[in-house]
Design a protein around this ligand. Structure first.
Ligand code: PHE
Ligand code: NA
Length: 464
């Protein structure tokens, strides 16, 4: 059995790897789309408050549990309370499910990067381009397998030589790219059909201004729930990933600072992503296309890039390369978490474990990809939307399991273990855990109630 000589080299390596997990399609696509849909600045304010309270609580808990137990989800829960091992297994199952489709999305993004690099920006903007790509039986499978293969290769190389090494350059480059595109977005201007000049700056103000029009209590609650589910998806919490990464942090690292830095990185990139996408969409297609949901990234944006003329190809390349980095570093963390759990359970070596998992997930990725063609299904999900295989996996893992797990783990930490279990770890080297009081109240009272409501809402129980 491989001993726990697996560690990040230090604080920076850990923060960049954890930020790599956190920053993903959630930041680049989901956050801007929710902000546009949920009242701009209103959503931003709610989201920022939740990051500092709720997100902070869940992220702190996961990382502290990981470092304290030196184990991944299954082992960690078992070590805390043997009777709660079941919750560890449930937590482990979230990345197991996410892994079946994350490389598929990574494959789509890679395909678009290739399309822009080869100068076919206008083809990508055509009406049925995306649909005809994902429903074709070969090309999306090839890209998914490629993405899966690269992910496996990095995880195969281990914590420091694989994950940390890649995150150390990918995350800073990603940050620079997002800033560059966001600044470019602000300089855009375009004369619309009515002869008015619309500027990127106006789009930016549209993003920042709280839109209180038609705000009812019910709509406010909906926005709150959207922000909350976005938050824990975005921080990669309640799925064991941050427990695994936490278990690789050296004892002398100050977790307080690390948690703050991860939150700032993730939230900063989300905000900047809104700054790059919303003004650009605003300038070229107004506010209507904005709430477009899933199609924003693969349908609306290519149209926006096409409208930019020659610069569009360059911006398209930069955007999809950014998206590859974001998705790859997240995908790595998903596979790492599964790998780490398996190594602990089966006492196998990293290399052997990754090889076996690769075979399984290459097959799974192919099946999920073919869910749009050969294995096409249409299922009515309890939240009212219609989905294919990928959406089913996404729904079960993110909408059903994650809130449920978060609920149970706040009960475990808040009431069974008591908050001191986490607080002691945060103060291990004599640091002061500044938001201690907040943490206590959140983990015992606020978070469990909020998770319960979120669970009822996302499973559709609340609306029946
Ligand atoms: N945190 C990632 C994002 O914001 C999503 C993610 C979910 C990553 C699950 C890893 C695992 O996009
Ligand atoms: Na994120």
């Amino acid at each position: 059995m491989e001993k726990k000589q697996n560690h990040f080299s230090g604080q920076l390596g850990f923060v960049l790897a954890a930020a790599g997990s956190a920053v993903g399609v959630g930041n680049l696509w989901r956050f801007p789309y929710l902000a546009a849909k949920d009242g701009g600045g209103l959503f931003l304010i709610i989201y920022f408050i939740l990051v500092l309270t709720f997100g902070f609580t869940l992220l702190t808990s996961d990382i502290a549990i990981g470092r304290r137990t030196q184990k991944s989800a299954i082992g960690a829960y078992e070590q805390m309370r043997p009777k709660w091992k079941g919750l560890g297994i449930l937590t482990f199952l979230v990345p197991v499910l996410i892994m079946t489709y994350y490389a598929v999305i990574g494959g789509w993004i890679t395909k678009y990067a290739v399309v822009y690099v080869s100068g076919q920006a206008s083809a990508a903007a055509a009406d049925n381009y995306f649909t005809s790509f994902i429903t074709s039986p070969v090309s999306p499978v090839v890209f998914a397998l490629l993405f899966m293969g690269v992910t496996a290769l990095i995880v195969y190389n281990g914590v420091q030589n694989g994950i940390e090494k890649v995150s150390r350059w990918m995350m800073p480059v990603l940050l620079v790219l997002v800033v560059v595109i966001a600044c470019y977005s602000l300089t855009l201007s375009h004369t619309n059909a009515d002869g008015q000049v619309v500027t990127g700056w106006q789009g930016f103000l549209y993003y920042l201004t709280p839109n209180l029009e038609g705000l009812t209590v019910q709509r406010f609650l909906q926005i709150l729930l959207d922000a909350m589910s976005q938050l824990f998806f975005s921080l990669s919490v309640s799925m064991g990933i941050m427990i695994t990464y936490g278990s690789y942090v050296r004892p002398e690292v100050d977790l307080n600072r690390a948690v703050n830095q991860i939150e700032i990185f993730d939230t900063g990139v989300a905000f900047l992503a809104g700054m790059m996408i919303i003004p650009a969409v605003y300038v070229f297609s107004g506010t209507e296309g904005m709430g477009a949901g899933p199609s924003l990234m693969f349908v609306s944006l290519p149209k926006v890039f096409a409208a930019m003329g020659r610069a569009g190809t360059a911006v398209g390349i930069l955007f999809f390369v950014t998206a590859i980095f974001a998705t790859l570093s997240s995908c790595i963390s998903v596979l790492e978490s599964i790998t780490a759990n398996c190594m602990e359970i089966f006492h196998t070596s990293r290399k052997k474990t990754v090889l076996v998992l690769s075979v399984i997930y290459l097959a799974a990725s192919a099946v999920i990809t073919l869910g749009y063609s050969v294995f096409y299904v249409e299922v009515m999900l309890p939240n009212g939307s219609v989905g294919q295989l990928l959406d089913i996996m996404d729904y079960v893992s993110n909408s059903v399991m994650m809130p449920f797990i978060a609920l149970l783990s706040t009960v475990l930490i808040g009431w069974v273990m008591t908050p001191d279990y986490v607080i002691d770890e945060m103060e291990r080297n004599g640091e002061t855990f500044r938001r201690k009081k907040l943490y206590r109240v959140m983990i015992r009272y606020v978070a469990p109630v909020m998770m319960f409501v979120l669970f009822l809402q996302s499973t559709g129980i609340l609306s029946k």
